[in-house]
Design a protein around this ligand. Sequence first.
Ligand SMILES: *Cc1c(COP(=O)(O)O)cnc(C)c1O
Length: 381
Amino acid sequence: MNPVYLDYAATTPVDERVLQAMKPYFCERFGNASSLYSWGREARKAVAEAREKVAALLQASPSEVYFTSGGSESDNWAIKGAAFALRRAGRGKHIITSCVEHHAVLNACRWLEQEGFEVTYLPVDKNGRVLPEQVFDALRDDTVLVSIMTANNEVGTIEPIAEIGRRMQEQQIFFHTDAVQAAGHIPIAVDELHVDALSLSGHKLYGPKGVGALYLRRGSSLDSLVHGGPQEREMRAGTENTAGIVGLGQAAELAKQEMSDEWERLSDLRDMLIAAVRELGDSWINGDEKYRLPGHVSFGLRGISQDTLLIRLDMAGFAVSAGSACSAGALEPSHVLLAMGQTKEQASSAIRVTLGRFTSVEEVQRFIRKLSLLVGAIRGR
Ligand SMILES: *Cc1c(COP(=O)(O)O)cnc(C)c1O
């Protein structure tokens, strides 16, 4: 039996159509986008077209999209770049984020603390939602930046970004959102979310790894992290990763076209899986029932540790994860589940199953059957 990949939140395969779009840019159209002659023009045009496609996915303007090396760089750039630019402008040194952010955000904030910034890490409710009121209450006169993720990678909870953003815009506070798990999967319009900056990553939406983008609202100021040549409108130096950028553009275009059908299909599969987990008994679903990514299921089973179940599922050919890809291998309980108020024991039982474009009904049914057999065997029933 073929192995079944159910870890789309960790990474997605490159869509064949994305690969085809990228291919010419390795050997034939290999030019440097800064060169004057035809090879350069060709690369420049390809980058410009990709920028339009990414902008279209976010309902932004192409001039507000900057290409980066991925989600981690986009997060670091938005947070460090805004923090330094705004402190220099005399606006202050206080940053607000949440306890459930990806480590690309949390560790960028931790580093900024060493640089003299003060960071408030907001708690979440038991479903992993940040309460807008708590963001508003945490605001200080010297708050320069707020960063809250659009959707959580471990539990799939969608955060109230528009509600927070509206207030941040009124108060003119720079608002960043890590939309790496959301972009290409749920509709995103930067004006409706009222964000100043938004991060996304190629490999979470069927594009290649090592390429991402940062949306930055026109008129916002951000210090550069990568200094050098004048690429990306003098904001991010380095010869453009043309093939990767073309891949990201193609992936964004496909995601936009297929999003609503895919949303429906995956939500149905997800709900089927959630129902099956509930049926196992002594189980719980992590994350919000209503505000939840399509295709995202995180659950716990009383008395069964994630290691035990993951190993047995792996042996049976099913690739799922223990919360997040980044903490896999580390024995630390998930910072997200602890922030949601779970005990270490509950958190150490978390299994994340994430479905995507190439997941079939049959695969989900096979997974459900195997899970139920394994859980029965472990519990000795
Ligand atoms: C994967 C992920 C990142 C990091 O993106 P990379 O492209 O892998 O650097 C950041 N934030 C979230 C929410 C993610 O899921």
